[in-house]
Design a protein around this ligand. Structure first.
Ligand SMILES: [Zn+2]
Ligand SMILES: [Zn+2]
Length: 279
């Protein structure tokens, strides 16, 4: 399994030299199975660059999932060039219970007067499956999901292939219960033993005094989950739009220090918009 992040920023895309290391694009994750099938999670602004790469590789068949329908996870969709190619086939999965009907939501993004090309004019064949299966198999990768603790609901995902696993829990607030969210223990069980664990860690404890209940975790809470679940590598994700590279570096360093104090050899890093992992 190859995993590529195409955007790690939360809420809104940013640019500028202070964001060079972690990048300014919002959420988009690519998972390639060992047989080179392509799974895409979320269509934040990062999906534009992914689309350009897939065009270059002449790839036209994809499976897509969405964690939820907030802007930073869907607004890149109209800029994903493969949707304007009649050769493109997209198997689109959505869970109406958590994300709503994804076709309607994506069509809403492109609805006049918000975008010049309406959804009805895209040329890709999109096959929508609005199912909430607890787990399903795409090629050699087994995918399971769990509801997020987040305003307006959402889903987190776990990808398992040949005993290796990735857990992707963005926009998940561990310090506050949102309607439909799960308990800390349930998120721990879901994430158990993951080789790579990517979790929302948007806030510092100082930020969190005023941002509690906004739908994102402060990093010590996400670290606590990483340690409880015994994951191997913990990637901080959904970087705040005002947090520069030095700010994210400081959070990563503090997590690493706290993990060592707890007697763990957990590896901590900040996910960038160009991170790549092979499992
Ligand atoms: Zn978000
Ligand atoms: Zn969100």
């Amino acid at each position: 399994m190859i995993i590529r992040s195409w955007g790690a920023r939360g809420s809104i895309a940013v640019s500028g030299p202070q964001y060079d290391k972690y990048g300014g694009d919002t959420a988009c994750l690519e998972v390639r199975t060992k047989n080179d099938q392509i799974i895409i999670v979320d269509a934040g602004s990062g999906i534009r660059r992914l689309g350009n790469r897939l065009r270059k590789e002449r790839r036209s068949t994809f499976t897509m999932f969405f964690t939820h329908s907030h802007w930073d996870h869907i607004l890149g969709f109209p800029f994903f060039k493969p949707i304007y190619d009649p050769a493109t086939r997209i198997e689109l999965f959505g869970c109406p219970m958590t994300t709503g009907n994804m076709v309607q939501l994506l069509a809403g993004v492109m609805k006049p007067p918000h975008f010049p090309v309406p959804y009805g004019e895209i040329e890709a064949a999109v096959h929508y499956q609005g199912v909430c299966a607890e787990s399903l198999l795409i090629d050699s990768v087994s995918i399971s999901s769990i509801p997020l603790s987040h305003p307006n609901l959402g889903a987190g995902f776990r990808f398992d292939e040949d005993g290796r696993s990735l857990v992707f829990l963005t926009d998940n607030e561990l310090g506050h219960h949102h309607r439909g969210g799960k308990t800390f223990e349930e998120y721990t069980n879901f994430s158990r033993g993951a080789d790579i664990f990517i979790h929302d860690a948007e806030y510092t404890p100082a930020d969190y005094r005023k941002t509690k209940s906004w739908g994102h975790s402060c990093y010590p809470d996400a670290l606590r989950l990483a340690l409880a679940a015994g994951v191997k590598r913990f990637g901080l994700y959904h970087h705040n739009q005002d947090r520069d590279d030095a700010g994210v570096d400081a959070m990563v360093a503090d997590c690493q220090r706290l993990a060592q104090e707890a007697g763990s050899d957990l590896e901590v890093f900040g996910v960038t918009q160009d991170s790549e992992f092979t499992l």
